[in-house]
Design a protein around this ligand. Structure first.
Ligand code: SF4
Length: 190
């Protein structure tokens, strides 16, 4: 396959950044899979904080994800309990210790480096990467896990006076401002 040199170089840069960021992860108390799980739980909305959604997000098996979650629970970074929405499912929740751990997430160093770039250029980079991710997911047949406000089922300010002003037309559930930027297993781009 022939691709422009700049596209190939960008792919190599992404690959190298990923490897270097992960090298720092391995030096601490958590392994890379455990970091990925903590980040997912912190970013996912209440419909998506389940072992099944996590397994799909990271492209792993439920058995492997289950081992990761057991380890994180033993380290007291998360709790697992039966879902209040669906009794057959498990709900994952970060503990205060898990939230503290994420304040030292090695990925924040990469974000701090990126924050040096002008915000307009950074938005363009993010948009480009979102497009590349979308193509990859479409090829692999996976789910997008995009932010809620980008979903075709998101109804902005459906109930403006409420504490949860937005609405999910798919699940018929109210959504807060925080929910609107969370990632979701059911998200479908407009
Ligand atoms: S609007 Fe879309 S992304 Fe948001 S909760 Fe509903 S299905 Fe999920």
């Amino acid at each position: 396959m022939k691709v422009p040199a700049v596209a190939l170089e960008t792919a190599h840069l992404i690959d190298r950044l990923d490897r270097l960021a992960r090298a720092r992860e391995a030096a601490g108390e958590l392994n890379p899979a455990q970091w990925e799980a903590l980040r997912f739980i912190a970013r996912a909305n209440r419909f998506s904080r389940t072992p099944a959604a996590l397994a799909e997000y990271v492209g792993s098996t439920r058995g492997t994800v289950s081992q990761t979650l057991i380890a994180l629970e033993q380290k007291r970074h998360l709790t697992r309990r039966p879902s209040t929405r669906d009794g057959r499912s498990i709900e994952l929740e970060l503990t205060a210790a898990g939230e503290r751990m994420l304040k030292d997430d090695p990925i924040l160093l990469l974000a701090a480096d990126l924050a040096q770039v002008d915000v307009t250029r950074l938005n363009a980079v993010a948009e480009t990467l979102r497009g590349a991710l979308h193509s990859l997911i479409t090829r692999n047949g996976g789910r997008a896990f995009g932010a809620c406000f980008t979903c075709r089922h998101f109804r902005k300010a459906a109930n403006p006076a409420a504490r949860t002003p937005h609405h999910c037309a798919l699940l018929d559930e109210p959504l807060s401002e925080a929910d609107s930027v969370a990632i979701c297993v059911e998200q479908e781009s407009r």
